[in-house]
Design a binder for this molecule. Structure first.
Ligand code: HEC
Length: 131
């Protein structure tokens, strides 16, 4: 009888420990997830989120397209197709987008995007801009 009671007690203690363990497991998974999100926001800050990429893509097609042509083939501004940019420096193009070209019609875009985002746009332009 005493043995049965003690077995019962120990099994309910195990159950309680299992519940506590599952809780700990879940909490550490949540922590790991939060940490990954944090990393994504810091270490990989140079790649815009996919939502932001959509906004930027739309902006390039609409705003930049009004001068550079709706398919970026050139208009008032020069062509932004991969063939036209291939021999140009990425930094120079990023600076052109971010700060504009004073004395020309190319305006600065720094109020609307970061330098990292301008860099992302240049990388996309050089590889064929997404639709
Ligand atoms: C109001 C018209 C206008 C708008 C809007 C505009 N651009 Fe331009 N852009 C120009 C002109 C004009 C030039 C050429 C400047 C020069 O004579 O050096 C130029 C140059 C550039 C260059 C350099 C190209 C090269 O071959 O050196 C890039 C890159 C560029 N624009 C990207 C953009 C992007 C990206 C946007 C939108 C965020 C944009 N432009 C919006 C007029 C515009």
């Amino acid at each position: 009888m005493a043995r049965a009671m003690s077995r019962h007690r120990s099994s309910s203690r195990t159950r309680r420990e299992r519940v506590r363990f599952q809780w700990l497991l879940r909490a550490s998974l949540a922590l790991a997830g939060a940490f990954l999100l944090f990393l994504q926001g810091t270490a990989f800050a140079d790649t815009p989120s996919s939502a932001r990429q959509q906004v930027l893509t739309h902006m390039v097609r609409q705003e930049c397209g009004s001068c550079h042509g709706m398919s970026l083939q050139g208009g008032l501004g020069p062509s932004l197709l991969p063939g036209a940019l291939s021999d140009k420096s990425v930094e120079g193009l990023v600076a052109t987008i971010y700060a504009g070209r004073p004395g020309t019609a190319m305006p600065p875009w720094q109020r609307f995007l970061s330098e990292d985002e301008a860099q992302w746009i240049v990388e996309q332009l050089m590889h064929g801009f997404p639709k």
